[in-house]
Design a protein around this ligand. Structure first.
Ligand code: PLP
Length: 404
């Protein structure tokens, strides 16, 4: 059997739809964010990155890179084992204590990524709690969906950000089955924010546990960067808060926080926690420094908010339609995969602006978009250049000015 023919035919189908993924090959330059060297043949040598999840530029913050380097000198490169077998470094424990404190919880558990933390935590909860039902917001991230699938627990999908639908669906379940309500705070593609308090009211009414993914909110919202739940004073009502160290914190890794018993339970039964090499201690040290910095500094968050507001205002002035939302994410809707790819290519090639096209299956077909994430390190000139380029392309490509 010629397997390559099988592989190629599916790849060709993706290409035909315009959904084939092409990765930009970048070289981030420490200290120069959001500028990066670009290795793509038809792009300028230096580009401005407009779609990074390093929302605050912390990946290049001096205190973070210094902590990383110092920790490599102290501990070496790798952890040397799984958490269970010799790989638990003092730096991991310090980071877990920092995370528990960030969210006001008894305990925290570190994973190799946010994806793995969702997959492993939901997988373990759903599989190990007898007769568990997981109620999942319909727009939940792939990592939660895969975790729920892996758990083989019963799954109920509720309408996006709709506490009334959640209430109806919880009411229809047997009173004595353990129920887990899984949702996100900031949804990263539309940039909308969940009505957390209302969802928690419903969870409490039905005795359900609440599971929130604050991946796009930690570091970004709340007086200490604890996320939207911190901002709204709701952290103590949430059973499990999950987050990443790879987005606003600028490093890599994922985590959950909650009660001592729950974290110990997941630590003890989760294959995705146990059977994998622990993160390098230097990663843990750098992430902890980043968290500590953003706990006491509001400067990055405030400047970022200014930049976001400025880009929105300029887009409005030029009639470039973008989705309104209360977060830091600015989606410019293109609604066609081929056009979306083409615009992204033009922006890169002609203007040195890098924004990845967001196509299916990341978003539903027909809602293709360019997703801009201004950071505190994007200058006013960067923003003006972007607006100029978009205006120019809108004229040339006859794209609708109608608001999405
Ligand atoms: C990116 C993302 C994750 C995964 O986090 P990583 O640390 O990048 O693996 C989880 N949930 C949501 C909503 C995400 O967008």
């Amino acid at each position: 059997m010629d397997f390559d023919v099988l592989f190629q035919s599916q790849i060709d189908a993706l290409k035909e739809e315009g959904n084939y993924r092409i990765f930009a090959e970048l070289e981030r330059k420490s200290g120069a964010f959001p500028k990066a060297k670009c290795h793509d043949d038809d792009a300028p040598d230096e580009v401005t990155v407009w779609c990074s999840n390093d929302y605050l530029g912390m990946g290049q913050h001096e205190s973070v890179t210094k902590a990383f380097k110092d920790a490599v000198d102290m501990y070496g490169a790798g952890a040397g084992g799984t958490r269970n077998i010799s790989g638990t470094n003092h730096a991991h424990k310090l980071l877990e204590a920092e995370l528990a404190d960030l969210h006001g919880k008894e305990s925290a558990l570190l994973f190799t990524s946010g994806y793995v933390s969702n997959w492993a935590a939901l997988g373990t909860l759903g599989a190990r709690l007898p007769d568990a039902v997981i109620l999942s917001d319909e727009l939940n991230h792939a990592s939660m969906i895969e975790g729920i699938r892996h758990s083989r627990a019963n799954k109920v999908i509720w309408r996006h950000n709709d506490p009334e639908d959640l209430d109806r669906k919880l009411a229809a379940l047997p009173a004595n089955s353990p129920k887990i309500v899984a949702f996100e705070s900031v949804y990263s593609m539309d940039g909308d924010i969940a009505p957390i308090a209302e969802i928690l009211d419903v969870c409490e009414k039905h005795g359900a546990m609440s599971y929130i993914d604050e991946v796009h909110a930690v570091g970004m919202y709340g007086p200490r960067g604890g996320g939207v739940a911190e901002r709204e004073g709701l952290m103590d009502r949430i059973t499990l808060i999950e987050g990443t160290l790879g987005k606003a914190y600028g490093v890599v890794g994922g985590y959950i926080t909650g009660s001592e018993a729950m974290c110990d339970f997941i630590r003890s039964f989760s294959s995705g926690f146990i059977f994998t090499t622990a993160l390098p201690p230097a990663v843990a040290a750098a992430a902890r420094t980043s968290i500590q910095h953003l706990k006491q500094s509001d400067q990055e968050r405030l400047l970022q908010r200014e930049r976001v507001a400025y880009l929105r205002k300029r887009l409005d002035q030029e009639g470039i339609p973008h989705l309104e939302n209360p977060s830091h994410i600015i989606p410019v809707m293109i609604k066609d995969p081929v056009k979306c790819r083409m615009l992204s290519d033009y922006l890169m090639q002609r203007y040195g602006i890098y924004v990845q096209p967001i196509n299916y299956p990341t978003v539903p077909k027909g809602t293709e978009r360019l997703r801009f994430t201004p950071s505190p390190l994007h200058s006013i000139e960067d923003i003006e250049h972007l607006v100029y380029a978009l205006k120019d392309l809108w004229k040339q490509c006859a794209i609708s000015h109608a608001v999405a």
